[in-house]
Design a protein around this ligand. Structure first.
Ligand code: ZN
Length: 190
């Protein structure tokens, strides 16, 4: 009896006993496959988890910035003409994008970063790995967006890639929003 293993289009035929006698080898291969699957999101986006988000691969950053720049094209900014796009990478490997949507009342305007957060949360996502924003000049998220991001990054470790026309700067949320307002004690009703 023979066992057929297929991986990456390569077919390997082995006596089935080898699966047992050589199990340390196969377990090693399996562990590499599992570890790789964790690093490579199933939509093809490379990502890291937990603390390693700070060490995000350049390929991930490039993809995220590209998606932010793409989203920027949809910006609705007839009043300021200041167009911004954002791309939010979740720990599940999904990317949600947003753009700024202005309003004649100004106060009803929403930023690209918050638009991306709302899209992600509306889809059931709450664990974020990184955010990229793209604008026509070097900017960082506004205070309101920083506070909204802090709701989902209690430790402030979320990396934020700020892409201008020529450079991409990276900050952690904690750097942009130190001493964030993140909890309060509800008072008894009087
Ligand atoms: Zn904002």
């Amino acid at each position: 009896m023979r066992t057929v293993l297929t991986a990456c289009g390569i077919k390997v035929v082995l006596p089935w006993q080898m699966l047992w006698t050589e199990r340390p080898f196969f377990m090693g291969v399996w562990n590499i496959i599992v570890a790789s699957a964790r690093v490579v999101g199933y939509n093809g986006v490379y990502m890291m988890r937990g603390e390693e988000t700070r060490l995000m691969q350049q390929q991930v950053v490039d993809e995220l910035v590209a998606r932010a720049r793409q989203a920027r094209k949809n910006a609705y900014a007839p009043y300021s003409h200041f167009r911004v796009g954002a791309a939010l990478l979740t720990r599940n490997g999904h990317i949600y994008t947003g753009c700024n949507v202005e309003n004649v009342s100004f106060g009803a305007t929403i930023c690209a970063e918050r638009a991306a957060v709302l899209a992600a949360v509306s889809a059931g996502e709450r664990a974020f790995a990184a955010l990229a924003l793209a604008a026509g000049e070097d900017v960082t998220p506004c205070g309101m967006c920083r506070q909204v991001l802090a709701e989902f990054s209690k430790d402030g470790a979320l990396p934020i890639y700020c892409a201008g026309p020529e450079q991409v700067r990276v900050f952690t949320l904690a750097e942009l929003l130190p001493r964030a307002f993140d909890s309060f004690q509800a008072e008894d009703a009087e």
